[in-house]
Design a protein around this ligand. Structure first.
Ligand code: MN
Ligand code: MN
Length: 468
């Protein structure tokens, strides 16, 4: 044996092997991923906003034998229950053989995505055009939301308490809405501004009508009147009802395959439906696990997890306390023994913007799920940093189950940053680490993910539920 090959052997023994990802996947695995992603694309098309994501998840859960959770009921192994939080978040639990005695296993993803919300007083007319005033939701690059077809989704509660769901711009023959932008010919001043200032928040006004209400009367605001009249005929609402509404503008286009080889999915809202769907399917398919498994699809992550449907709310904690009580266990002890995968995306390395990433610690498309030991920003602020012990457990679980995985940070150290719900889970004294799918163009109206990575996320959550 030559010296060279000895050195090579030593390197193979001691160095971290480069991840090979999709090139090691069998044709069968690729086919399974493609099939899984057809379900995912339907989920995306039916779930642009959190309320719809909850309804669609609930439909799938009920079809798979989940029933509504009842407090103080004694559950047994294999029972499947759901618990909806105000229509905007949903917990799905599969009762394990040991119940809550050894803690529970959480996979928690969020079903809200960056978008453009209507203000409480949205409707106005300007130069015979009708508009909605908006306030964007979450971290967006505002210029990306202009000159594209937008759909309106949401719920209005009328003065008498009745609720109306609104969904316009989804089917092909629906109208859609649009935020205009300045033509390049007149944009010399705009083009000299920084990207963040070129389109400002107060410029994100959505064009919603252009024809006046037909009348002989000499009245003003006839275009606005015409729009309000259409809304009143269709939904029975008046302008006042916008005060008690949650209406959102989201991209109108459906999920599509991207690339000649169809290896990617382009869609609005991958962050974080791309983890929500695999976590949901893992709950639906998990059989009878050892520990009770809880998939929680939460709201408000994109705005800091505040509010009673966000991860900082006690909703999930109380749910665990209820399950613990039914088992004769103390809720806080159950939490202290629990483990969690915070199922959220990370930024996939983008060769066009390579300078923003540190390639040795980035995630890549088609290398499987990305584990983020910590998120936060420069100096590891605002994050949970998973322990070496827990990283070890997760790593070994993924290896044992042949799941494709990689580790990475969110970009270069001092270039920016971001967070997930992991730190709020950690605050409950639960072991937690982020695990999710790498995304290109994250937070854009059209984000990209790899089909294989989506499927590996499903395999990772399934392995977690059945092996830890
Ligand atoms: Mn996210
Ligand atoms: Mn996000």
């Amino acid at each position: 044996m030559s010296e060279d090959s000895k050195t090579k052997q030593l390197k193979e023994k001691l160095f971290t092997a480069a991840k090979r990802g999709i090139v090691t996947a069998s044709a069968d695995e690729i086919a399974k991923a493609d099939e899984f992603c057809e379900g995912y694309k339907s989920f995306l098309d039916n779930s642009p906003v959190e309320r719809e994501a909850v309804s669609y998840s609930l439909e799938l859960a009920k079809a798979n034998g989940f029933v509504e959770f009842e407090q103080d009921k004694k559950y047994s192994a294999g029972d499947k229950v759901y618990y909806v939080n105000r229509g905007k978040a949903i917990a799905l639990a599969v009762i394990g053989k040991n119940g809550t005695k050894n803690g529970v296993r959480f996979a928690i993803a969020h079903i809200d995505s960056p978008r453009v919300d209507l203000k409480p007083n949205p409707l106005y007319e300007d130069n015979s055009l009708a508009y909605f005033k908006t306030h964007y939701y979450g971290g967006i690059k505002k210029y990306q939301w202009t000159v594209m077809p937008l759909a309106l989704h949401g719920t209005v509660v009328k003065l008498d308490g009745t609720k109306v769901d609104i969904k316009v711009g989804v089917s092909e023959d629906d109208p859609c809405f649009c935020i205009t932008d300045l033509l390049p010919h007149l944009a010399r001043e705009q083009a000299a501004k920084t990207l963040g200032k070129a389109i400002e928040g107060e410029d994100l006004n959505v064009l919603i009508g252009s024809r006046p209400y037909v009348t002989e009367d000499e009245e003003s605001e006839l275009v606005k009147l015409n729009v309000m009249n259409i809304l009143n005929e269709r939904y029975g609402i008046t302008e006042n009802d916008f005060l008690s509404a949650e209406l959102c503008l989201v991209p109108a286009q459906k999920a599509r395959d991207v690339g000649f080889d169809r290896g990617l999915i382009g869609a609005y809202g991958h962050d974080d439906k791309v983890c929500a769907y695999p976590a949901l399917m893992a709950a639906l398919d998990c059989g009878v696990p050892e520990c009770t498994c809880i998939t929680y699809l939460t709201d408000k992550e994109e705005t800091g997890s505040d509010g009673n449907t966000g991860m900082q709310s006690d909703f999930l904690r109380y749910f665990v306390y209820d399950l613990a009580k039914a088992d004769g266990e103390e809720g806080y002890r159950v939490l202290s023994k629990s483990k969690c995968l915070s199922a959220d995306v990370n930024a996939a390395f983008d060769p066009i913007y390579a300078a923003a990433y540190e390639a040795r610690n980035s995630s890549f498309i088609n290398l499987g799920v990305i584990i983020s030991k910590y998120t936060g920003h420069g100096g590891k602020y605002d994050t949970s940093d998973a322990s070496a012990e827990y990283m070890g457990e997760i790593r070994s679980m993924l290896e044992k189950n042949g799941v494709m995985w990689q580790v990475g940070e969110l970009g270069k150290v001092d270039i920016g940053g971001g967070g997930t719900i992991a730190k709020y889970v950690a605050n409950m004294n639960v072991d937690v680490v982020d695990l999710g799918v790498p995304v290109l163009s994250m937070h854009a109206p059209f984000e990209l993910v790899s089909k294989l990575d989506v499927y590996e996320a499903y395999r990772a959550f399934s392995a977690f539920y059945n092996n830890l």
